[in-house]
Design a protein. Sequence first.
Length: 217
Amino acid sequence: MNRADSRDRMRGFTFFEMMAVLVILMIVGGIGYQAIQMTSMASAATVFQTDLDQRAHRAVTRIVRELQDARLESLMPEPSAPFGASTLSYVCAEVPDDEQIVWGEYRRLELVPSDTDPLDGIDNDRDGLTDEHVLRLVHDVGLITERATVIVRNVAARLEGEAANALDDNGNGLVDEAGLSISVQEGVLYVRLSLQGRDPQGRVATRTAETPVWPRN
Ligand SMILES: [Ca+2]
Ligand SMILES: [Ca+2]
Ligand SMILES: [Ca+2]
């Protein structure tokens, strides 16, 4: 073998080495990119779920503020187990004074179908959720001054773990309860709320907040 052949072989060997290194770098780079992408998507899903969780808790806190001042005897319908209620009318103490309570006009917490997704088992607005609801607070029920404000959207059709089958699937003592459920037991009100949404990966996420409420009146 002369010196020229040796130089050619060295050049060839170096070329294949470079190609091999290039391929390895591409593989490692691809794996790294995939890992970063998966981490980023997981992080986005976590942020989404945290936001959903916070929205559910804020909405329940708002309901608690309402029901703390509600008169127990005024609840319509009486939200007894095993059905509770997803729409509830009541009067509140406008001036919660122990000596002279002034009762206000009737109010109503109501769970209504979303304007864009009527109750038909179909995801009409194509947001990935079927028959989602809106929770509204109505003031001055039945009066000319009646007005409604939205407390929260994307309320699940049924509470988390519950299906429409005449059974108590989630074991909370209520049967087929809706995504907003208010029930009463021995003078204590129990509020349960499930919100749903599609996370950035397209998966349905459900978050539930619940709390007891002790009405002051
Ligand atoms: Ca629908
Ligand atoms: Ca929908
Ligand atoms: Ca149940």
